[in-house]
Ligand binder design. Structure first.
Ligand SMILES: C[S@@+](CC[C@H](N)C(=O)[O-])C[C@H]1O[C@@H](n2cnc3c(N)ncnc32)[C@H](O)[C@@H]1O
Length: 187
């Protein structure tokens, strides 16, 4: 992770545009698609692999986008390190690595700790949108979300581009598991 917070302070000033986070943004397909489509919203990609962050940053520069940024960071620690409390309107987690082997399950991104960090950085009406192809992981997520979260409709009237993995799974004829949730108030 970078030593200093790389996010522009203007993103967190009163009256700043809403902020959406794409956690595990890969090479930026969804991040850039969203930033191009919605210039009135700021988009932050968080990604653990430095080379992928670089790829995103190159594309952002090449396309002249001023409302998008990608930073290297991993798991709950990245959220807590870079984002102020209640700063994000939506946090997207799309196709987090499923780690299907039992001995690797502790490497999964969506854990109690990650959800606690997410609840902390989501704005009052903020929403976490989760998508996964892995049904076992999805039921684990649902169990973790049973306390402290409430489901909201997945369809929210916003048109979004497909993520890279979503496109691949749809082409294979597989529909992902999706859910949108928000923290139960009061927090
Ligand atoms: C399976 S890919 C999905 C990419 C993209 N979200 C999509 O839907 O096309 C998962 C991405 O999350 C990143 N990732 C995995 N674990 C992570 C973690 N703990 N923190 C941040 N990024 C992570 C991986 O490097 C990879 O780019």
């Amino acid at each position: 992770m970078p030593d200093e917070n790389p996010l522009p302070s203007s993103w967190f000033e009163p009256g700043a545009p809403p902020l959406e986070v794409d956690f595990g943004c890969h090479r930026g397909t969804f991040l850039l698609g969203m930033a191009e489509r919605y210039p009135g919203v700021n988009f932050l990609g968080m990604e653990k692999q430095a080379a992928r962050v670089e790829k995103c940053l190159k594309k952002i520069r090449r396309r002249g986008l001023t409302n998008a940024l990608a930073v290297q960071g991993e798991g709950a620690g990245a959220l807590l390190a870079w984002l102020p409390e209640r700063s994000a309107s939506i946090l997207h987690v799309s196709f987090p690595d499923p780690w299907p082997k039992r001995r690797h399950a502790s490497r999964r991104l969506v854990t109690k700790e990650f959800l606690q960090a997410t609840a902390r950085v989501l704005a009052m009406d903020g929403v976490l949108r989760l998508m996964t192809d892995d049904s076992a992981y999805f039921s684990e997520m649902k169990t973790l979300l049973a306390e402290g979260w409430e489901e909201v409709p997945w369809a929210d009237g916003i048109e979004r581009p497909l993520t890279a993995f979503e496109k691949t799974f749809l082409e294979l004829g597989q529909r992902p598991n999706c859910c949108a949730v928000r923290p139960v108030s009061p927090r």
